[in-house]
Design a protein around this ligand. Structure first.
Ligand SMILES: [Zn+2]
Length: 83
């Protein structure tokens, strides 16, 4: 119910104001999200062979824009590439 996981160590900038996003990115894409922390280089917690990316989101602390970023998954490993 409204649970999510965190994706750490993502460097991205707000498309609206250009400030670096400092809030942790979150995702609801993993099965049974439970506030776990993942970062690029981690293996995703289930077989995601049928997926090539996960949806992540963060809120800009400067202008409050909700920023959505698709993060590429390669061979079940999270990358720091955007799609
Ligand atoms: Zn912003």
């Amino acid at each position: 119910m409204g649970m999510h996981d965190y994706i750490d160590n993502i460097t991205a900038y707000c498309p609206q104001c250009g400030k670096k996003l400092t809030e942790n990115f979150q995702t609801k894409d993993f099965k049974d999200p439970f506030l776990n922390h993942y970062k690029p280089g981690d293996t995703v917690p289930e077989d995601r062979e049928t997926y090539s990316y996960i949806d992540t989101y963060s809120i800009c602390q400067n202008c409050r824009l909700l920023v959505n970023i698709g993060l590429v998954v390669e061979d079940n490993v999270l990358t720091d590439k955007f799609c």
